[in-house]
Ligand binder design. Structure first.
Ligand code: ADP
Ligand code: MG
Length: 249
């Protein structure tokens, strides 16, 4: 299968008044269609920087990013849902389409279908503050999917939520992404989340970020993310990746 994205020798430096901070030194990996990839690494190593470069919001300092497709559509979802409080759920879901000048009867129908399929249609005309944190993140995902992106970038999408909501929502998001046939790259600091959701996990080094290891996650009797936590390989991956991260206080 042809990769949809190849990243080679990616570099990123930030400049402030006096110093140059090297955030990404040499990142290389490939993404295949329909993969769910997680990126884990020490705090501050350059994970968010990587996603914002892939999204096109930030610029690389060197290296190459090659998409198989000419003008790929990229969906970007952040930790905070960043829904606009003065817009209804439906209007929030249409923001990306408006920005792309692509809001029409057909794309509005797509938003309606997504809201219906994922249990939010009855909240369509409500405002974000009437929804729980978990539901707001689900709306944020639907907003991201509304533009029919070729690649989804998720930056710690569950980390602002309490533990149980996070487990339930990660299951939910996984199923939505699979059902919609999307390819996703997710940054997370939660190893359990990474192992239970991913086809592959990319472990980064401390800043400046390089790829330290890539794991192919193979779980016996893999099913839903919540159940995947009970597979016998789960704790083996957990221990290995924990050691790779080399966390100390
Ligand atoms: P992570 O998401 O892995 O925790 P980030 O990608 O947010 O890390 O940041 C990587 C490094 O780059 C950090 O040292 C951070 O301080 C620095 N950095 C991030 N964004 C900027 C910026 N806009 N200007 C200067 N330095 C930045
Ligand atoms: Mg980050």
């Amino acid at each position: 299968m042809e990769p949809i994205l190849k990243i080679k020798n990616l570099k990123k430096n930030y400049h402030d008044m006096k110093d140059e901070i090297m955030a990404i030194e040499n990142v290389e990996f490939t993404v295949y269609p329909h993969e769910f990839i997680s990126i884990v690494g020490p705090s501050g190593c350059g994970k968010s920087t990587l996603l914002s470069i892939l999204s096109g919001l930030d610029q690389k300092s060197g290296g190459t990013i090659t998409f198989q497709q000419q003008n790929p559509k990229i969906g970007y979802m952040l930790q905070k849902d960043s829904l606009f409080p003065w817009r209804t759920i439906f209007e929030n879901c249409c923001i990306g389409l408006e920005l792309n000048h692509n809001l029409n009867d057909e794309t509005k129908e797509r938003v309606n279908r997504l809201l219906k399929t994922y249990g939010l249609i009855e909240f369509k005309d409500k405002y974000p503050d009437s929804l729980s944190g978990g539901m707001r993140q689900r709306v944020a995902l639907i907003r991201t999917l509304a533009t029919d992106p070729d690649l989804l970038l998720l930056d710690e999408p569950f980390s602002a939520l309490d533990y149980q909501t996070r487990l339930a929502l990660s299951d939910d998001v996984y199923h939505i992404i699979k059902k919609e046939g999307k390819t996703a790259i997710m940054v997370t600091h939660d190893l359990g989340e990474a192992i239970s959701l991913s086809d592959r996990i990319i472990v980064m080094t401390r800043r400046p970020a390089k790829v330290k290891k890539i794991y192919d996650i193979k779980l016996t009797n893999a099913s839903t993310p919540i159940n995947n936590r009970k597979c016998k390989e789960f704790s083996i991956y957990y221990d290995q990746i924990w050691r790779d991260l080399d966390v100390h206080l």
